[in-house]
Ligand binder design. Structure first.
Ligand SMILES: Nc1ncnc2c1ncn2[C@@H]1O[C@H](COP(=O)(O)OP(=O)(O)OP(=O)(O)O)[C@@H](O)[C@H]1O
Ligand SMILES: O=P(O)(O)OC[C@H]1O[C@H](OP(=O)(O)OP(=O)(O)O)[C@H](O)[C@@H]1O
Ligand SMILES: [Mg+2]
Length: 306
């Protein structure tokens, strides 16, 4: 095979689905936790970026998060996890299919400027000025909108790429504003900056190549992840209630599909078991108690396939 060489220390991945996972950074721990929760077993040797999954025909490929969308789009790997920000920045959204939003890696890509600079109140005030960012394409697109220019290559705002520590650029006198990710806002505030515009709200996404080689396996991964995400989102609520109040109780907590109702060994009473979203749980328990529910128990869900 021209151009290829055999490295016997690399595992044979030819008949395995290649699954790209961020090799470090914010998404790494979350991804590794998710892989474990969906039953993917692997042993990553130190300094190796490929790990064979022992219980499925999958090879995990550990790559920089910023490159994963491009690898998936080009079909170098079949599926991957990365941020929506990276998919948009690398202009791969037409070549990758989004399988699932993952609910972690949530943050905002924001235009930021020194708090002390009272001349700049909105992103419009930065038109024509110097912006430093790791997201040059998204930044140019946003300033093209602000400038009313159709082609982002024609904007007058000067957008310069840096690969990290973006927030230092204003303090160093290199920029009038930056465009970077903000989650808690601590990094931004520590650099004396504040946000004046949101370019994108992002979170991690499970993506696949549109012509992926292992569509059934990718669908299995998606289903497994859905089960874990649902389990993280819901708890199982069980309570006893008089049959006469059951209809009201079902309106309060209708569940994902419908509550399970079983008769109690006590005339006129039933036991109800229902999935409830964690964030609404306390209110729902109060409301169930108000209509006479008793012995309200809350149980953690480990997995919840639809
Ligand atoms: N503070 C944050 N909160 C939530 N998600 C984030 C945050 N920073 C980055 N992300 C998400 O994680 C993706 C990868 O960024 P991350 O900073 O983890 O990678 P990196 O810059 O390659 O790693 P490192 O910062 O360790 O060098 C981002 O594109 C974004 O989707
Ligand atoms: O609003 P916060 O909670 O402070 O998070 C935002 C920071 O997180 C990311 O940086 P990261 O820690 O990944 O370092 P990096 O800049 O070296 O990528 C991002 O680039 C911001 O700097
Ligand atoms: Mg980072």
């Amino acid at each position: 095979m021209a151009g290829a060489y055999i490295n016997t220390s690399l595992p044979d991945v030819s008949d395995r689905m290649l699954f790209a996972v961020p090799k470090k950074g914010r998404l790494y721990d979350q991804c590794v936790g998710l892989l474990s929760d969906i039953g993917i077993e692997f042993n990553r040797k130190p300094r190796h970026d490929i790990a064979l999954v022992s219980n499925m025909p999958i090879a995990l490929v550990f790559l920089p998060a910023a490159d994963i969308a491009t690898y998936v789009a080009k079909g170098n790997v079949d599926v991957g996890v990365t941020g929506l920000d990276i998919i948009r920045e690398s202009q791969t959204e037409h070549d990758v299919a989004e399988l699932l939003r993952l609910g972690f890696g949530r943050c905002k890509l924001q235009v930021q400027t020194p708090q002390a600079n009272t001349q700049v109140a909105s992103a419009q005030d930065l038109v024509g000025k110097r912006i430093v960012t790791s997201f040059i394409n998204l930044t140019r697109q946003r300033f093209a909108e602000l400038e009313g220019v159709a082609d982002p290559a024609q904007i007058k705002t000067q957008v310069r790429f840096v690969s990290g520590s973006v927030e230092a650029a204003c303090g160093l006198g290199l920029a009038d504003g930056i465009v970077d990710l903000v989650e808690s806002g601590d990094t931004m505030r520590a650099a004396g900056l504040h946000a004046i515009d949101t370019v994108l709200e992002t979170e991690s996404v499970l993506i696949t190549n549109k012509h992926a080689r292992f569509p059934r396996l990718a669908a299995t991964i998606k289903q497994r992840v859905e089960g874990i995400l649902a389990a993280r989102r819901y708890v199982l609520c069980q309570y006893n209630i008089r049959r006469s109040a059951l209809e009201s109780a079902c309106r309060i907590a209708p569940g994902r599909q419908a509550p399970t109702v079983t008769p109690l060994e006590q005339d006129g009473w039933v036991a109800v078991s229902v999935m409830v979203e964690k964030r609404a749980l306390a209110d729902k328990m109060d409301a169930l108690r108000d209509i006479g529910a008793t012995d309200i128990l809350v149980l953690q869900i480990v997995n919840a396939r639809a």
